[in-house]
Design a protein around this ligand. Structure first.
Ligand code: TYC
Length: 134
């Protein structure tokens, strides 16, 4: 049996973190592999949990000039809200000063902010949209 065959046999049902397939590690993996003299094999503890990426809220801010109807359209167009929910969020922003439109990974949140600000600017409304880490 060559090294690759041994490796595959020993790793049946295990996790090697350098391997994107992520199969669970057999419990004696470290002992077994340390005797294989393979310096390229990098292991991490089985108990280590994968950390989820941080999420970001996209938030609309109130102002005195942007028409309510425009804000409702923004919520429908960029955040996939239905007319009813879009109206509720717009009214919350109007009454409380700010409101969450959605929660996304960083790059998606940042793109939404850019698109909303660009759309508002294009229509000459002062509508402000920001992102906040959750
Ligand atoms: N306050 C605005 C008005 O009375 C409406 C508005 C709502 C503006 C939400 C911005 O994010 C906003 N026309």
């Amino acid at each position: 049996m060559n090294f690759q065959e041994k490796f595959l046999a020993f790793n049946k049902g295990s996790v090697l973190l350098s391997n994107p397939c992520c199969v669970p590690l057999r419990s004696d993996y470290n002992e077994v592999m340390s005797s294989q003299n393979n310096p390229s094999t990098v292991l991490e503890s089985q108990t280590q949990k994968a950390k989820l990426p941080p999420m970001y809220q996209v938030v609309l801010l109130n102002d005195d000039y942007t028409p309510m109807e425009f804000v409702v359209i923004v919520l429908q167009k960029f955040f996939g809200k239905g007319r009813e929910q879009a109206t509720q969020i717009m009214l919350k922003v109007h009454r409380e000063g700010k409101g969450v439109c959605g929660v996304y990974p960083k790059d998606i949140a940042s793109t939404k902010v850019e698109m909303v600000c660009g759309f508002a600017k294009q229509h000459q409304h002062p509508l402000q949209c920001v992102m906040e880490e959750t």
